[in-house]
Design a protein around this ligand. Structure first.
Ligand SMILES: [Fe+2]
Length: 379
């Protein structure tokens, strides 16, 4: 399978990974043959790429760190809590009774158990959700990445749990800020920005009162927008004044925001988002943890289209776990001319670099319609 821009999709392409809705349910099942109607709908829903099956890349498989079933369960349970929080009566009851912390701790246990069974210390996240799932998938993805980064940093299980739980809840204070401002597509005014920035303290105040949430986890909400150079908020902490949970958490938080579909802009590809992390290393982010992130978060998931410095175009066939920045590429196209596909291991070919995504991406090859499934509603 391979990732293809929506603009290059043609009727008859076969979807290789399902598309998920905000409640974790499948909107469009893998195996569905895409019609022009589906493709139009996907464009309207702000998707900019999907995974498709084609004959050249049929052997490329995508491994998810968290199985799709667990992801669906976690997203649906997080959504249920947020739905209750949106109801003013339910909101206060959930918070005052301590149920908020208890429910989230139970959800995180599901995620944590799933992560504990994977000893690779490498995160692969490539499930595709609608933009309105962002609130819930962001909690899950950031909780997942933070937990694996904690493991990779040598935290014991108890500390990983506290960090991952805090990471999953880092933005909970957003339920207390003005929702109209929060969902505003354009630029914020000074006043609006000040309103949004309150979410760190509001989240901390909410979490610190929850008997099931450790104090250090609540600090994830308070500190995730502090910046390494002291220009962040709310307290303008600098360097090691920021708890290491906060210094690590800032990285997956920004990365997931950039690589998720949003209502007002399409998702960046993972390696495009990493350019931002590099550019902000030492100013926004602690350079030590940017390195940790790059060694453990697979920014080139299998199937990612890449343009190489030697003019070749291909897709990522598999990762090199010792060097995630230099995966094995299945070359498909040379300077615009289709070639017989062959593999190129970038960990061995150090003179070749990935220079980005090819805007002239080769169209999908003949469809191999193995395993066609039943299509679901794409409402
Ligand atoms: Fe935030």
């Amino acid at each position: 399978m391979r990732m293809v821009s929506i603009r290059n999709l043609e009727s008859g392409c076969v979807l290789a990974k399902p598309i998920l809705g905000s409640d974790g349910r499948i909107l469009l099942q893998s195996g569905v043959v895409l019609t022009s109607g589906y493709i139009r709908r996907l464009q309207l829903m702000n998707f900019n790429y999907v995974y498709i099956q084609d004959s050249d890349t049929y052997d490329i498989q995508i491994e998810e760190t968290i199985s799709l079933e667990v992801q669906q369960e976690v997203v649906s349970r997080i959504k249920n809590i947020y739905d209750s929080l949106a109801d003013p009566k339910g909101n206060q009851q959930l918070i005052d009774s301590g149920k908020l912390g208890r429910e989230f701790t139970n959800i995180f246990k599901t995620l944590f158990q799933s992560l504990m069974s994977d000893h690779s210390f490498i995160v692969n996240l490539s499930a595709i959700y609608t933009s309105d799932a962002y609130l819930y998938t962001h909690c899950m993805n950031v909780g997942t990445m933070a937990s694996v980064l904690g493991m990779a940093a040598g935290f014991n299980n108890d500390r990983v749990f506290k960090f991952g739980l805090g990471a999953m809840l880092h933005d909970i204070g957003k339920i207390k800020v003005n929702q109209g401002i929060l969902n505003k597509p354009g630029k914020f005014t000074e006043e609006e920005r000040a309103e949004i920035e309150k979410h760190c303290e509001l989240g901390y105040e909410m979490l610190i009162k929850q008997p099931d949430i450790p104090s250090v986890s609540a600090h994830c909400a308070l500190q995730h927008h502090e910046k390494f150079d002291g220009t962040g908020y709310p307290r303008k902490l600098r360097g090691s004044e920021i708890h290491e949970f906060g210094r690590i958490l800032a990285i997956p938080d920004v990365y997931d925001a950039l690589t998720s579909n949003r209502v007002y802009r399409p998702a960046m590809l993972p390696h495009e988002a990493v350019e931002y992390l590099f550019a902000q290393s030492g100013s926004h982010f602690d350079p030590e943890f940017v390195r940790l992130f790059l060694n453990h978060i697979n920014i080139y998931p299998n199937g990612t289209p890449v343009q190489l410095s030697n003019g070749l175009y291909g897709v990522v066939a598999r990762a090199n776990s010792h060097n995630l920045q230099r995966p094995v590429i299945l070359a498909l196209n040379d300077n615009g001319h289709k070639i017989t596909p062959y593999e190129l291991d970038l960990s061995q070919e150090l003179h070749i670099t990935i220079v980005g995504r090819n805007t002239e991406e080769a169209p999908p090859s003949a469809i191999n319609a193995h395993g066609l499934g039943d299509e679901m509603n794409l409402a």
